[in-house]
Design a protein around this ligand. Structure first.
Ligand code: SAM
Length: 283
């Protein structure tokens, strides 16, 4: 891959490794078909025939989404973006058992109250953001931010479709475009494991700055797996700088370093996620 092509991919919000995905999908489909009994060359041909239309459909989705954020500048970040996954992200979450039940449990731990001002950092398609907007009611305000154009495009489209009052902006957690101490609560759902260590530090410092004294952060993210089976299933994540600190159980240390106090583990989910509630001290 030429440097120029790599640069174009990255400036479009794709990760350095995005170009590998279609080939990985073809290889996986071919391997499954070969194991199923097809000769390797017919397995490869069938895999190409299966994967190409799927990619075409995905491309059509993406082309429809792009105009929704085209006029806004997208922030540069070293966090892992999910542009490519935006069209089918919600379905993927539900398939992994992270559907509505997971969102409602998250909100229960955040204990949002009517009239509160809430920020959802790394909001993705905005499922949690929309539910948070319902929780704070018409007197409250909920803003979702994400640096991924397509995530924000899907979030806005869904908010409009459902008549939600949640608002969405293109922004990165390490450079939040809001006034200091302007939120009662911040939500960070499955976002911290997308940040390399230096961004976990600067992102959490920004979240701390945004909160009013006594305000709270509810983070739910990957933690040390609860048992050996989960260790086996998710050990490859130890190889990535973004996820390795989570698997070493270092999230509370990052929260403390940002200045948070009273860091409580509120619960666990699925053997590999934890909920943390952390407070900014009263002035
Ligand atoms: C796994 S998704 C979680 C989305 C959503 N919060 C949820 O619970 O479904 C992680 C999100 O973090 C976003 N992200 C990556 N780098 C970020 C950064 N520097 N600041 C804020 N969000 C970031 C990605 O674009 C992606 O939408």
């Amino acid at each position: 891959m030429t440097t120029q092509f790599r640069r174009r991919l990255t400036s479009a919000g794709a990760s350095r490794w995005s170009w590998l995905c279609p080939w990985a999908a073809v290889a996986l489909a071919a391997a499954v078909l070969a194991l199923w009994g097809l000769a390797w060359w017919s397995a490869l041909l069938a895999a190409l025939l299966l994967v190409c239309p799927a990619l075409l459909l995905w491309g059509l989705f993406v082309v429809r989404l792009d105009p929704l954020t085209a006029s806004e500048p997208a922030p540069a970040t070293h966090g892992i973006l999910m542009n490519w996954a935006a069209p089918f992200y919600d379905g993927g979450c539900r398939a992994m058992g992270l559907g509505r039940g997971f969102r409602l449990e998250t909100l229960e731990h955040a204990a949002l109250r009517a009239g509160e001002r809430v920020l959802d950092v790394g909001c993705g398609t905005g499922v949690l953001t929309r539910l948070a907007a319902e929780a704070v009611g018409p007197t409250g305000q909920v803003l979702g931010i994400d640096p991924s154009r397509r995530m924000i495009a899907v979030a806005r489209r869904n908010a409009e479709r459902t008549g939600s009052r949640a608002e969405f902006r293109l922004a990165a957690v390490e450079a939040l475009p809001f006034a200091e101490a302007s939120f009662d609560a911040v939500l960070a759902s499955a976002m911290l494991h997308h940040l390399p260590p230096e961004l976990k530090r600067s992102g959490l410092a920004e979240v701390y700055r945004m909160l009013r004294p006594g305000g709270r952060l509810l983070a739910v993210d990957i933690d040390r797996p609860a048992n050996r089976l989960w260790w086996l299933l998710i050990w490859p994540l130890r190889l990535m700088p973004e996820t390795a600190p989570n698997l070493r159980g270092e999230v509370p240390a990052y929260l403390r370093e940002a200045g948070f106090e009273r860091i409580e583990v509120r619960g666990r989910r699925a053997g590999w996620l934890s909920y943390w509630l952390a407070f900014k001290p009263q002035a």
